[in-house]
Each structure stands twice: as structure tokens, then as C-alpha cells.
Ligand binder design. Sequence first.
Ligand code: URA
Length: 219
Amino acid sequence: MHIHNLSQQNSVLNTFISEIRGVTIQKDSMRFRRNIERIGEVLGYEMSKSLSFKNSEIKTPLASCSMDLLENDIVLCSILRAGVPLHNGLLNYFDTAENAFISAYRHHKENPESFEIIVEYLACPDLENKTLILADPMLATGQSMVATFEALKPFGIPKEVHLVSVIGAQEGVDYVNKTFNKKTHLWIAAIDETLNDKGYIIPGLGDAGDLAFGKKLQQ
Ligand code: URA
């Protein structure tokens, strides 16, 4: 897998990440959502450099010029609900992308430290020969990303697959690295050390879904 960890180079992205992590500033949910969206825009911009371009003639009011423009048929798939702001950020840059949504959540059984990933709702266009972008803001164990990819299989075989995440734990990155095809790309804004016993990324940021959309009752 090609892993692109954007935090290896200092940029304004550090500011956005510090604001979603910071325990005071992250409580402003509108700002939290907008920062995730901005991170999605930066990740999308960086990813666009690896996509295919084809030459096109553009007519200005004064003359014609030739430009290389994106030619990929993109399908952007996000995991509800925390994935919504990241999805919007990516969609801001990939204007014509088709969209897929899936609900995948952690179901804690009797032991709060163990859970399984339940996939329920799924809406997806044809994926055959398209560029699939799978977006999940928090790459904790990597199990949701893999469960989502498995659930998408009946919709066709994509030409290429790009995973997009805001913060990952090393363990989750290692898991997707060994599970996905070698040609898959991972675009990620930061990789943290570890997971706690409830599967949260440490230091991470807490619960991305709750911070973006409010606390939920546990099922
Ligand atoms: N999901 C979150 O929202 N936060 C984590 O740390 C891990 C998964």
C-alpha cells in the first residue's frame, strides 16, 4: 500500500488538526465540522495529484488554451455518521463525483472492550472500473474500512482504491496495509501511537461523531 502521511511535512494542515484535537476548541461543533471539511479538502487536493488527467481545449473570451483536466470517474464512499464532514470536504474538490453511503457501527457485546462492526444501510452506484475513494475520519482498528470495502464488492470492481482518513492509529494503518491490495493508496493527515482498551485513538481527539453532531445514546 502507498501510505501518504501528510503530517510528515509541516503545513497549515497542522493548525486544522490541532483545532480538532484541542479539548476546548473542539467543543465548537461548527468549527469542528468545518476543520474536518478543510482537512478533507487538503487530502483531496493532494490525492488529485496521483489521479489521471487528459488534455482538453478551453476557450477563454480571448483565445483557446490547452489544459490537463481530471478524467477519473470518482465514487466517494463515506461511513455514517462521522464521515459526513470529511465527505463534504472531498466533494468540494471532486465536483462530479458520485456518492455512496454506508452505515457501519461498533456493536459492543457484553464485554465493553470487544465489539463487532455492523454494516446496515448501504446506497452505492456502479463501481466497475471507477476510482473509489473510501473515507473514514478515524482509522482506529481499520475494521470499519475493511468491512465497508467487503460490503461494496457486489457493486463492481473499481480501477483504483484510495482510503482517506484524518487521524489513524498505527495499529489500524498496519491492518489496512496488510489487508488491502498493494496498489491501494492511503491519504492520512496524522498517525497516532496507539488505541486504548475501548478502541479509541490515543492521543486522537475523542469521538468524532459526537463532536460533529452531538452525543448519542449507546445501543
Ligand atoms: N472513532 C472515533 O470517533 N474516535 C476514535 O478515536 C476511534 C474511532
